[in-house]
Design a protein around this ligand. Sequence first.
Ligand code: SF4
Ligand code: SF4
Length: 420
Amino acid sequence: MTLNHLQQNEVISPSIIESDLFQSMIKSGFIVDSAFDELDDIKKRIGACKTRRDNLILTVVPTMSCNFACPYCFQHDRRDEFMNHDTRRNFIQFFRRLLEETAYENMKLVFFGGEPLIDKATIYNLSKELIGICDERQITYSAKIITNGFLVDDESSREMRELRIMEAQVTIDGVPETHNKRRSLRQAVAGSCDTYDTILENVNLLNAHGIFVHVRFNVDRENVHAIDDFVTTMAYRIHQHELVNLHLAPVMQLAERHKANQNLLTSQEFALHEVNFFRLCIENGFSHSLKSRYPSFRMCSAGNYHNYIVSPSGDLFQCVEDLSDERYAVGNVTQNEEDIIDFQAINAKKWRDYSILQDETCLHCKMLPFCVSECPRNRLYFGKKNCVDARIKLTELIKFFSQLDAPSLKNIFQGGNFNV
Ligand code: SF4
Ligand code: SF4
């Protein structure tokens, strides 16, 4: 069976309907029954995503300090802030208050920065305390770290594993020439220091300790030519492909205060490069890269009521991109609900009230299942909708799918994140 059957509205035989591929496409949301009320289903899923009380997601930023000086980073202006002992204590109290209010079943902790491994003590101390509290209350605990990967070593990998940090995200921006130029150490002259090899070896080290690694490649016009070499190099230098997900992300300008970047790719350009990237990933044995493209109703956690980002000073945010600006805070770990300051309450309400369903055009648009996963911040702060991106990406993706054979398609559709 190819996707052409579906495009031509042919009557599909029972054997095809019962096939693994067809059933996988139903599960991942690409095929729905014509009698199915998809809009009603989306409304229910969005409601459940925003309010679901079983999952608590906390992102902790131990420090804004970083050993790298990447030109596109949004945190340059808050370099040397660290979470002190009082804030750590207040954070634990804040966590206990959350547990008093809601009977969570799962707790997901993310360490973010700056470079979080600069402050290992905070990672270790907070992890141990949170694990203790969660175990006592029978709350399932899992953790992830977003790191540049340079400070990872055998000891820290082992300790992370012991602290139940089972996932890491690192960034490798292409091949050595493109990566070293932009992801250089803070004190080094750009391009004069090799961080590429160290990070790549550390991916293998993390994998050797059983930690799954998402390797992110931030792409713009300056390094886009390196996509093919990036994937093929990963293929022979990564030892455990099944523990690595390759991810291509466009460099973006998310706020006016960010340094203007003349090299940004247009949506069309990025979509074309991305399908080429998907093809290369599949050809080279990296099979996880397509999950985020399903009509999967996977909303950004920033729109979830039970999600907080905690800055080193204890300020609470909904989105990591706001971290360097306290004007966007929605509270502080020291505050009870009633102590919240006016501007924080306004920010919190804005995030709580956000829903793509408030937009009449989206409500009646066939692209809605894809756009549910759009960036809420883009719409809230800049009034930007996902229309152009969604249509271009979907068109390119469908063209790409139509070129694949049934076993490859089945592999792609099977890992879908459709259960929110
Ligand atoms: S709101 Fe947008 S920028 Fe913020 S975390 Fe979500 S997708 Fe990223
Ligand atoms: S394509 Fe545009 S109008 Fe349609 S759902 Fe997406 S954001 Fe809304």
